[in-house]
Design a protein around this ligand. Sequence first.
Ligand SMILES: [Zn+2]
Length: 195
Amino acid sequence: MACKHIWKTVNTISRKAHLAGSKKFKSGFDEADAYDIKILSARQKQCVECSKKRTTVEISKTQLDSIYNHLSRPIGKEGREEGLSNIENKVRKFLIKVSKGKVQTRHERKAMYKEVWLHIYPSRPFGRGNTNEVVDWIVNISDFDTSNDLPPLNSLVVRGDTGMPGDSWVEWKKHSNSLYKNVEAAQIACWDFWA
Ligand SMILES: [Zn+2]
């Protein structure tokens, strides 16, 4: 019969201990550092039944989010689109809800860059510099949708002051195969399609 494993921690190595020269799990800490991932602590565990060993590590949620952000292939779960990252899939779902009017936003059936950002990172304040990251997400989403003959959801992502997309939409339009001649037409197409 397969062992169900009951793990007992036999060793905890903190980052502090590692930096102080601990040789335990040194290669693990060093390898993670090479990828800019800061392991906060490592735990060596052993099954009390069969003596099998394993190591678990702790990293910050921020770093975990950053890793998700770099995964180009989402793990196949229902409702997820291949070719979009996990974050992009989450943003896309959010924008579809926005388009349906199911999310309360400052501008009706549109989302501000800030609102998109805070949907993904609720505890990270939105700054001017974060707009580019939001633009990257919505451009990928809209390229994906355009290639599937769906209207571009980036037309619904707007500035707080104008309630309309910034110049990045016009830039995107120039390089895309989108058939909508202007942003208003694209917005109406989204609202109709996702009604
Ligand atoms: Zn076991």
